[in-house]
Ligand binder design. Structure first.
Ligand code: HEC
Length: 147
């Protein structure tokens, strides 16, 4: 007769128990994280994730450079956050954007990027818009890093 059955099973059971404790901890962390996200999501403007925004920017990169002074079809977006609209030197802006009186902050960028031609009637920016608020938040966080 070998050792009692219960004793034989102790090592594997113990391992599983440890695994379960670990999973509970991970579960707790995930819950804490989700609650954190929910709380921050409740504020008027949730700060976006610039790293994710850089990926969203691929949609803009055909027409916009982030290098200072480098124009493509659109003006360079270097330093765009906080700038008065249509003031980049060496780029011919539409009358509509020049007359818009806008300064690019979170709110005006959000509105413009959601539906450019609705936010500024007559703009030459031929881009349909970004429907996802999350994409816009992330993108704007990225735009703010361009300085
Ligand atoms: C098809 C080309 C094109 C695409 C795609 C495009 N833009 Fe533009 N964008 C333009 C042009 C052209 C202008 C100048 C508009 C005007 O003069 O009315 C402009 C203007 C702007 C301005 C105003 C700049 C200033 O100095 O006042 C911002 C901000 C901007 N674009 C951001 C974006 C972002 C962010 C994206 C991606 C979601 C994007 N654009 C996609 C062509 C484009």
């Amino acid at each position: 007769m070998g050792p009692p059955k219960a004793f034989q099973e102790t090592p594997p059971n113990h391992g599983i128990f440890k695994e379960m404790t670990k999973m509970k901890k991970i579960g707790f962390l995930a819950t804490a994280l989700a609650v954190g996200v929910m709380i921050s999501g409740g504020s008027a403007w949730a700060a976006g994730d610039a790293a994710k925004g850089k990926k969203v920017f691929k949609k803009c990169a055909i027409c916009h450079s982030v290098k200072k002074g480098k124009k493509k079809i659109g003006p360079s977006l270097f330093g765009v956050a906080g700038r008065k609209a249509a003031t980049v030197k060496g780029f011919r802006f539409s009358k509509a954007l020049k007359k818009s009186g806008l300064t690019w902050d979170d709110a005006s960028l959000d509105k413009f990027l959601e539906k450019p031609r609705k936010a500024v009637r007559g703009t030459r920016m031929a881009f349909g818009g970004l429907r996802s608020k999350k994409d816009r938040e992330n993108l704007i966080a990225y735009l703010k890093t361009l300085k």
